[in-house]
Design a protein around this ligand. Structure first.
Ligand code: HEM
Length: 467
């Protein structure tokens, strides 16, 4: 769904609200397409990137550094930053004229939409300061056909991301109700709450999420001394990030999850067109009462782990269900691996080795790069997305991104944050979160503040950097 289905812009074009463009981080590396990685071979069901659907009892793929909830926070952040509506079938893509229908900034437009004045149906009336949710408090607000009425329809793609969207909405409402209770309802109170929410989210992205996925050393070094900045008037979305490095999250997805104390479910069904039930976590429908998420299982002390970052994807992602992709899509385009590899070719991305050489990072050896479970699965220049996954696997045991992948993600995050004049890093770099504990604000702190729970809050510095 994200990156595919929507042919119409989500945000009206206007000189007051101009969505960004896609561009390149390494423009001088453009057009160095000297290879065809064979997306159908690498990304096919049963192919070298097919990791199977191991049962929960199989812990060999567990990543102790990143709990399962961060996978969906990663997807949520992706939707905050980027939306490419170009069809995968349009082979010749001009990156510089492809529009990103998301403003490339950490601003939660997926939650706020265009604000209470332009999208009042997202907000409680008559005051317009709180966001609407379902009457029972357990789901997003939905229309008569069960579709969520939210700032970004992709945040209803699966039940875990739709429940995370609900959590963020509740977070805003709690901040609005409690932190600004002495202000009259109206625009000033809404904006005060929105700024506090955004700054806490941005702090969490820079100080918790980013170090978790690229390592604390890389994150702090890039924040202290940025090595990439936008020389253009507006920020844009680098395709090396959106089409390759940041798609690392696809390898973190497990085939299924424990959802709450009594229920677990597969992410997607084996049959892409199976009827809806409670056995899987497909979205775009009201959340069944039995599948309401308990966040302790995703962010708490004993939460389930995400899958390792490596070149294997859960099979469910190689057979994407109808809804996530259109019904009439060719089978090969139901594979997320094939789609990512194809998109890399369409965008003329440089190979992983080319970017490594440019950044002065020692390239992976041919054997390390191209051997999966003892079998040689390719040779020569590697697709950038595949290369970033292999780096994580070889360099950190699958705990986090490494080398080229870590550099691209850290550079993009920091550059976007510094280009946003309203971000805490520009407005007040010494900002200290007030809604967590001890000056920190982790996802556990966010859940605790919003829902009144008492999940353990992890200190990043104590996590294994490699496994
Ligand atoms: C349930 C899990 C997920 C599913 C089913 C999913 C599915 C998809 C699909 C179908 C696309 C469009 C592919 C194309 O045609 O190019 C896509 C794009 C993308 N995904 Fe995911 N994804 C998931 C999780 C994630 C996570 C965890 C991350 C990152 C941490 C991520 C990052 C991205 C990015 C950066 C894009 C490109 C977006 C754009 O430019 O519009 N995804 N995903």
């Amino acid at each position: 769904m994200h990156g595919f289905n929507y042919r119409e812009p989500q945000i009206p074009r206007s000189r007051f609200n101009e969505p960004g463009r896609f561009g390149r981080m390494f423009p001088w590396l453009r057009g160095l397409r000297t290879f065809d990685p064979g997306p159908d071979t690498l990304g096919a069901v049963g192919g070298p990137m097919d990791g199977g659907n191991p049962p929960p009892s199989d812990t060999s793929q567990n990543n102790p550094r990143i709990k399962a909830g961060y996978t969906f926070l990663g997807q949520f952040i992706d939707h905050d930053l980027t939306l490419d509506t170009t069809s995968i079938l349009e082979r010749q893509v001009d990156v510089d004229s492809t529009t990103n229908f998301r403003t490339p900034a950490f601003e939660l437009d997926s939650i706020y939409g265009l604000g209470p004045a332009v999208q009042p149906y997202l907000y409680e009336q008559p005051n317009g300061g709180r966001l609407l949710i379902a009457a029972d408090g357990n789901d997003l607000q939905r229309n008569g056909q069960g579709r969520a009425i939210i700032g970004d329809p992709r945040n209803d793609e699966n039940i875990l991301i739709s429940q995370l969207q609900l959590l963020f909405i509740k977070f805003h409402n709690k901040v609005y109700d409690t932190e600004f209770a002495n202000m009259p309802h109206g625009r000033a109170r809404f904006e005060a709450a929105q700024t506090l929410v955004r700054w806490h989210y941005q702090w969490l992205v820079m100080n918790e999420f980013l170090p978790r996925i690229v390592g604390t050393a890389m994150a702090s070094q890039e924040i202290a001394s940025p090595s990439f900045s936008y020389e253009t008037e507006h920020a844009y979305m680098p395709v090396e990030f959106s089409v390759a490095a940041y798609r690392f999250g696809h390898s973190q997805v497990r085939p299924g999850y424990g959802v709450n104390a009594t229920a677990g479910a597969g992410l997607f069904p084996g049959d892409p067109d199976a009827a809806f039930g409670t056995g899987d976590l497909r979205g775009f429908r009201p959340v069944p009462a039995t599948l309401v998420v308990d966040w302790a299982l995703f962010f708490g002390g004993g939460a389930q782990a995400s899958k390792k970052i490596d070149t294997l994807l859960s099979t469910v992602l190689l057979k994407l269900p109808t809804g996530v992709v259109p019904k009439d899509v060719a089978n090969r385009h139901r594979s997320l691996a094939t789609r990512n590899l194809q998109r890399g070719i369409d965008m003329n991305l440089p190979s992983g080795q080319t970017v490594a050489a440019h950044l002065g990072i020692p390239a992976l050896s041919e054997a390390a790069l191209w051997t999966t479970n003892g079998a040689v699965v390719g040779s020569g220049p590697a697709p950038l997305w595949f290369y970033c996954l292999r780096e994580g696997e070889v360099g950190t045991g699958g705990a986090r991104l490494d080398g080229v992948g870590a550099a691209i993600v850290a550079r993009t995050f920091v550059a976007l944050m510094l280009k946003d004049k309203a971000s805490y890093l520009v407005q007040d770099p010494s900002f200290v979160p007030t809604l967590g504990q001890g000056g920190r604000f982790t996802m556990s702190d966010m859940v605790n503040y919003t829902l009144g729970t008492s999940l353990a809050s992890e200190d990043i510095a104590t996590l294994p950097d490699v496994i």
